[in-house]
Ligand binder design. Structure first.
Ligand code: ADP
Ligand code: MG
Length: 144
């Protein structure tokens, strides 16, 4: 488990871009944290680290449900905030793991576990400070 403190959104993105250097196809990044904590900001940094072209705007998927950004490795992005368990199951997230890296906002709403996961928890400690904890999970997201 590693703990970080960031003082700007740019620092959060830089940290995420460093994390991205260690990721490979089939890896899952589970993000937890309140609304406005910085989950989407962290994923913007993952995209930078994976060399997704700058003209791709990384924001939470809404109608599309799954966003896909072409980088050195493809990055898939889902946000489970508004989804019911049944809808999450219909997304077929496991299938994406053969093709790229998957980043999941509101991972606590995932009704099943995924392998090769990294858990990123973001706590708001001031308007501009975030405590970011990164843990490697042994395959199970249910035992968080
Ligand atoms: P979430 O996806 O968790 O709802 P967002 O990434 O969309 O959160 O929003 C985070 C907000 O917090 C942004 O407006 C961002 O500018 C702001 N912010 C301020 N300080 C930080 C920081 N240190 N790290 C990340 N975001 C920060
Ligand atoms: Mg978000």
């Amino acid at each position: 488990m590693e703990k970080y403190l960031t003082k700007t959104p740019e620092e959060t993105k830089k940290l995420a871009s460093q994390v991205a250097q260690k990721l490979k196809i089939g890896d899952v990044v589970l993000l937890k944290g309140d609304l406005g904590a910085g989950k989407t900001t962290f994923i913007q940094g993952l995209a930078q680290g994976l060399e997704v072209p700058e003209d791709y705007y990384v924001s939470s998927p809404t109608f599309a449900l799954i966003n896909q950004y072409p980088g050195r490795i493809t990055l898939f992005h889902v946000d489970l905030y508004r989804l019911e368990a049944g809808e999450v199951e219909d997304l077929g997230l496991e299938d994406l793991l053969e093709e790229g890296i998957l980043a999941i906002e509101w991972a606590e709403r995932l009704p099943y576990s995924l392998p090769h996961s990294l858990l990123v928890e973001i706590l708001v400690s001031s308007p501009t400070e975030r405590q970011i904890t990164i843990k490697t999970l042994k395959g199970e997201s249910n035992d968080l």
